[in-house]
Design a binder for this molecule. Structure first.
Ligand code: XMP
Length: 323
């Protein structure tokens, strides 16, 4: 019968058998799947695994530290962090088109990741032969082509890789659904903040700034997003909502009055949604007092933001993300 203990035992044995005395690399995205896949492979082969985390500077507040401290603390995994913020910002300078942003972020990610791989191979030798991927059962079914899910955006899954690499894949989650992956992660001792994480797009905050992506705007959005997440968590709503993108309308300004005078600032959009699988979604009817707290705090604490608006569109017609 299916138990997380059985799954772990089975996978650990299979991975040991597959890898032998060779070595593996795993890209960590900060998301649940790559974290659980890495933890499982770490359990199997320990220091024969090296994880790579590309910090593209588009992460939310505290996310990089969460990987560096909490994930490493829980697993003891060997981690290489690549700080690529400047490179991504440079590549994104002047770009406002959502698809172009996604393509640039996906392309730069692959380049940075490949460079890190090359460095690891230079350090550790040619026995680096495996790549760990957090592929889930629904991904397997989808890429089998049968399900006809319409991809209206190019979904660059950070962690996704080009096809011409001469690595063998290790995909320990191939038979699992998301909730099973969370249970396995929990059993492996990963912290709740990682295992219960809500979905977050690979291109990160880069596609939550309507307009050009700059360091200042990212910092501002990170603050607003952190406030919204804090208040939603404090209100005990994390399990009720699927996710709540927080979006900065960087190209829009409106008049406000704050402190001693008139301001001309940017709006922040809250996009709380309820969903089963992200294919369709409804806007979450959040309690007014929670919305009020988020709004007050964001306009008080985040510079240049003088308005908070609520997105009350279901999907369809609106996608969950704004870009
Ligand atoms: P949309 O905006 O298409 O989003 O309704 C559906 C779900 O997918 C997430 N999303 C992404 N996830 N890479 C990802 O890994 C991406 O490029 C990406 N774009 C959207 C989104 O957060 C939502 O959960």
């Amino acid at each position: 019968s299916w138990t997380t203990g059985n799954v772990i035992e089975e996978q650990v044995a299979a991975i040991r058998e597959q890898v032998g005395t060779r070595r593996a690399i795993c890209g960590l995205s900060g998301g649940v799947d790559s974290a659980v896949a890495a933890a499982l492979v770490q359990r199997a082969i320990g220091s024969q695994l090296t994880c790579v985390y590309v910090d593209h500077g588009l992460m939310r507040k505290g996310e990089t530290e969460q990987v560096e401290k909490d994930f490493v603390g829980a697993t003891g995994v060997q981690l290489k962090v690549v700080d690529a913020e400047e490179r991504f910002l440079k590549a994104l300078a002047g770009v406002t088109d959502p698809e172009e942003k996604r393509k640039i972020i996906g392309r730069e990610f692959i380049r940075v990741f490949e460079q890190a791989q090359a460095e690891i191979i230079a350090d550790e030798g040619p026995e680096v032969a495996f790549l760990v991927q957090g592929t889930l059962y629904p991904d397997v079914v989808e890429s089998g082509g049968g399900t006809g899910t319409a991809n209206i955006k190019s979904h660059h899954n950070v962690g996704g890789l080009p096809e011409d690499l001469e690595f063998e894949l290790i995909e320990p989650l191939r038979k699992l659904f998301k909730d099973e992956v969370r249970m396995v992660g929990q059993e492996l001792g990963l912290p709740d903040e990682i295992v219960q994480r809500q979905p977050f797009p690979g291109p990160g905050l880069g596609i939550r700034i309507v307009g050009e992506v700059t360091k200042d705007r990212l910092d501002l959005l990170r603050e607003a997003d952190a406030i919204a997440r804090e208040e939603l968590t404090a209100a005990g709503l994390d399990r009720d909502i699927w996710q709540c993108p927080v979006v900065l309308l960087a190209d829009v300004r409106s008049v406000g009055v704050q402190g001693d005078g008139r301001t001309y600032g940017h709006p922040i959009v809250l996009r709380p949604v309820s969903s089963e699988d992200a294919m369709t979604a409804d806007w979450s009817r959040l309690p007014y007092d929670v919305l009020a707290r988020i709004s007050t705090r964001i306009t008080n604490e985040v510079k240049d933001v003088n308005r908070v608006v609520l997105d009350v569109t279901s999907k369809p017609p609106g996608t969950i993300e704004w870009e």
